[in-house]
Write a protein that binds this ligand. Structure first.
Ligand SMILES: Cc1ncc(COP(=O)(O)O)c(C=O)c1O
Length: 323
């Protein structure tokens, strides 16, 4: 099953994909008054597991709070909804898209009279920028579009409206022949890609823009900082000038969709030797080892989806996978 097939969860009920419809008068369609998440579940050596689902749902509820949206369903109900929907669709691995949005009532700008509806949509989504990108990296540009200025569109909220900016960044990059665009903040400091966070490596130190640089605080970004610290690297979150990109030894994107994707050039300037660098590779390897349960889940990031995994068999499979 994949995009276009299966069951979708809407306000607590599973409906067929083709019946998951909302009215053209729904507030969200006109004003972008929705907040959403993008998470993944992976097929691991021990069964199907969601990666950091709790962290994603906490960010969903943070986004709701910023936009004064009170979901009619509780955190626990939405959490259970994600697991139930994966089970109903019998996915082994998939992308998970919970969406909370202002529905159909009136079309004044004021969203408050409109209902707060929730949907959970799943589909199979492999490597976002292609399998080759994970190994060989991508060519990117610095966008002519900036990320939103502070106190305009809150970037700590993952809201549909923010993706108007992402769409502009992505379209510009693609039409200029690049795979992705990196946006600066309105102060001219490095911010992030259209749908992913940014890391640089220089002289064995790992750098990433801070949350004050108009970024979405990525769950993968947080995981990568933890993994890099676990591996003994020095990680610095600080405002970074654009030109640090060009003289970096390595650069890479991280995010639920792109996972850990090396960057091989920016604005046609080769980064390092134009290939996945050794620190990027070490971090990427550690990330995939964790999400596929090839190593112990020491941070408690995996949540298994299906009941009744035969314990003995599971251990045997995991042992074989590690060997
Ligand atoms: C603008 C933007 N930045 C960063 C990210 C990475 O966030 P996460 O790692 O939580 O997927 C995303 C992905 O959703 C994004 O859309």
């Amino acid at each position: 099953m994949s995009f276009g097939k299966g069951k979708i969860w809407m306000n607590g009920s599973l409906v067929d994909w083709d019946d998951a419809k909302i009215h053209i008068g729904a507030h969200v369609i006109h004003y972008g008054s929705g907040v959403f998440e993008g998470a993944r579940c992976y097929e691991t050596a021990r069964g199907t597991a969601c990666f950091r689902l709790d962290a994603h749902l906490e960010r969903l509820f943070d986004s709701c709070k910023i936009y004064r949206m009170e979901p009619r369903l509780t955190y626990e109900e939405i959490h259970r909804g994600v697991l139930d929907t994966i089970r109903a669709n019998e996915y082994k691995a998939c992308y998970i898209r919970p969406l909370v949005y202002r529905g159909y009532h009136t079309l004044g700008v004021n969203p408050l009279p409109c209902p707060v509806d929730t949907a959970i949509l799943l589909w199979e989504w492999g490597a976002y920028l292609g399998q080759d990108a994970l190994t060989n990296g991508v060519d990117v540009c610095v966008s002519s579009w900036s990320r939103a200025a502070p106190n305009t569109f809150p970037t700590l909220a993952k809201t549909s409206a923010n993706y108007a900016n992402s769409i502009l960044i992505k379209m510009e990059a693609v039409s200029e022949g690049y795979v992705e665009g990196i946006a600066l903040d309105t102060g001219g400091y490095l911010s992030e890609g259209s749908g992913q966070n940014l890391f640089l490596v220089r002289n064995d130190v790992i750098y990433t823009p801070p949350v004050t640089a108009s970024i979405l605080p990525g769950i993968t970004r947080d995981s990568i900082i933890t993994i890099a610290n676990d591996l003994g690297f020095k990680v610095r979150e600080e405002m970074l000038p654009r030109e640090l990109l060009y003289i970096a030894d390595e650069a890479f994107f991280v995010g639920t969709a792109v996972e850990v994707t090396p960057i091989k050039s920016v604005d046609k300037i080769t980064i390092g030797n134009g290939r996945r660098g050794p620190i990027t590779e070490a971090i990427q390897q550690a990330f995939f080892d964790i999400v596929t349960a090839r190593v112990d889940d020491r941070h408690g990031w995996l949540e298994y989806v299906y009941e009744g995994q035969p314990r003995e068999a599971v251990t045997a499979v995991a042992r074989t996978a590690r060997a």
